[in-house]
Ligand binder design. Structure first.
Ligand code: GDP
Ligand code: MN
Length: 372
């Protein structure tokens, strides 16, 4: 689960990381009231789950409440890379002497948290990594040994304020079960105060049950519409960005199918797991979700039936094709219980958009071909 900047800053504040005082606003009038309360110049900040808001016109300085109201009206409703601005964070403006970057991420390859720091903050970290790789310090933390100050010193040097923030950010990462805690920019003011001016936090969905207070922050209106539909229809579905839709029964088989489609040169449109005991109804609901994805060019069914019966799946497919008016080609690989019966039902249906293949690899190749 990704957090909005203001939510990430709330977590930072709980862990002692200095952030600017601010208020949430959803209308220009609320933005004006927030500016009055805060006093002095403020920054009007679009709250969307996308980076680079500054460049996209989503971050504006306002010198007084009237200007805050005007800037809020400009920013509300803006479309920032597909995210429409509905919430604003109005924050007391900071003076900036320099901008740094600090983050903790989960390095899955190393199976360790990774700390990153650079004094070249304010720009996107990928750009720093590409243009000034020497300026980027990367250090892993052994999760069993934990963090100690010698790690912080190697990362950022001896400044006490920055060292404290590194330790607090690491604690925030571990205690909130985060997979990302990023501060960009971490600023130094002309007076020498160090403060987090932005917050990007991702919490591991599988650990959210341990953090009911954070789970409550989920903004269902910002969720991917396809994934929201899938949740509503109780379909296990993850949206991906390719054109070959994938349906398997069992998470392992569905993941293997994603891999085989990539091996065959294709790009999966989604991961969809019908589950262990799937039937006609499960298939219908899954296909209804998939039918809503305009990027889908072909659909690959990979069924290895045990408790599930292939004839049931075949019947569900025919119902769903009718109901959801699916015209994309559907490639089917059936194996296991009642596979022959399932294939016969599909063959007898006379549907020109159903293709039956004998193996998983053959089916993946055909689906990729049909999506081209
Ligand atoms: P992002 O573009 O989505 O990463 O949004 P940020 O919150 O990082 O803001 C983008 C940029 O706006 C920062 O790198 C700063 O340069 C600038 N900015 C944000 N808040 C302030 C502020 O309080 N004072 C000043 N002077 N600049 C700010
Ligand atoms: Mn930023």
């Amino acid at each position: 689960m990704d957090l909005y900047e203001y939510q990430g800053k709330e977590l930072f504040r709980r862990f002692g990381i200095p952030v600017s005082d601010g208020r949430l606003a959803t209308t220009p009038e609320e933005a004006r009231a927030a500016a009055v309360e805060l006093g002095g110049p403020v920054v009007v900040k679009a709250q969307v789950m996308a980076g680079g808001r500054g460049k996209a016109g989503g971050i504006k300085l306002a010198n007084d409440p009237a200007e805050a109201e005007r800037k809020a009206a400009e920013v509300l409703g803006l479309d920032i890379r597909g995210h429409v601005v509905r919430r604003l964070w109005i924050e007391r403006a900071s003076e900036i002497a320099s901008e740094r970057y600090l983050s903790v991420t989960l390095d899955r390859g190393e199976k360790k948290p990774l700390l990153m720091f650079t004094t070249e903050g304010g720009v996107e970290i990928e750009q720093v990594a590409a243009e000034h790789p020497d300026a980027l310090v990367r250090l892993h933390v052994d999760p069993l040994a934990g963090y100690d100050e010698s790690i912080g010193r190697r990362l950022v040097g001896g400044d006490a304020q920055t060292l404290a923030i590194v330790e607090q950010l690491y604690r925030c990462f571990v205690e909130c079960d985060a997979t990302l805690c990023e501060i960009n920019p971490l600023i130094v003011t002309p007076e020498g105060a160090v403060r987090a001016l932005d917050a990007k936090v991702t919490i591991d969905d599988s650990a959210l049950f341990r953090h009911p207070d954070i789970a409550e922050w989920r903004d269902t209106s910002a969720a991917d519409p396809l994934e929201a539909l899938a949740r509503e229809k109780e379909v296990t579905y993850v949206k991906l960005d390719g054109s070959v839709a994938i349906v398997g029964n069992g998470a392992g088989l569905a993941m293997a199918t994603v891999d085989v489609v990539v091996v065959a040169g294709g790009r999966p449109a989604n991961f969809c797991d019908l589950g262990g005991a799937s039937n006609a109804d499960t298939v219908t609901r899954a296909l209804e979700v998939i039918a809503h994805d305009a990027q889908v060019r072909s659909i690959l069914f990979n069924i290895f039936a045990g408790i599930t019966r292939c004839d049931e799946i075949a019947r569900g497919m025919l119902i769903a094709i009718e109901r959801a008016e699916i015209s994309a080609p559907i490639v089917v690989r059936f194996d296991g219980t009642n596979a022959a019966e399932g294939r016969a039902i599909l063959a007898d249906s006379g549907r020109p958009n159903i293709f039956i293949e004998p193996t998983m690899l053959d089916a993946a190749r055909r689906a990729v071909e049909l999506a081209a």
